[in-house]
Design a protein around this ligand. Sequence first.
Ligand SMILES: O=C(O)CCC(=O)C(=O)O
Ligand SMILES: [Fe+2]
Length: 265
Amino acid sequence: MDQKLKAARPSNGISGYGLARISCFFSKLMWSEGFTISGSPLDHALKLWPDANPSRFCDVMQECSDEMKQVAGRVVRLMLLSMGLTPEEMKRAEEGTRVDQLSAVLQLNSYPPCPDPNRAMGLAAHTDSSLVTLLFQSGTSGLQLLRRQDQHGPARWVTVPPRPGALIVLAGDLLQILTNGRYKSVAHRAVVNRNHHRVSVAYICGPPPHHKLSPVGKPASPAPCLAYRAVSWADYLGLKAELFDKALASIMVAEDSRGDEGICC
Ligand SMILES: O=C(O)CCC(=O)C(=O)O
Ligand SMILES: [Fe+2]
């Protein structure tokens, strides 16, 4: 533990070792710990192993981030292409979301075996603030997605079974904003089990922190006059830290009151 605390995440920071960053919104402790890497892996590694040569760790983390970035950029582009945008809208949507512009944090999650898994939660329900999150999970299942109510039944948690070599794409809040609600961010959580240690790696990716993202395409809201106002990832993270699951609703505005920033149709 002493070793881990050398790299503890500061209370006002993003990077480092600690409990899940959403812990402050929940009264129960979660059965997990994590390590968040934002920026160069070397800065983090030197705190953990000041006397060792951490190049292997850094090389692996760097390669993982580079490859994830390529995949994330392609996934976002395919999602945008699927929306039937005008060339003008497509151009606007690509600003800040092209692969060479994406920024990200790499979140390493660890869920030890739990003696009483029915009374504990690995990571409580949340949506990611990202455009998309690419998630790798080890061979033990634990990730669950909230499936909305549909013709097959009421809202329910669905387990995503691990598949060797597979990455899971989770739509985040910024994608919901960018696509005016066409792609909805998915609520997800991680459950724990009695016998197996589970790990996951989340590549949580979005536009450059201060790029203002404004929605494109017609709003998908059932109330057609509702849409989102333009927002940067940095500002949205501030809202999320304050409002958590109410953050998205807080930037919904009547479509004709968005001014020039968020004209979509
Ligand atoms: O461990 C998992 O399956 C989920 C991780 C996650 O949701 C996150 O890091 O934001
Ligand atoms: Fe998540």
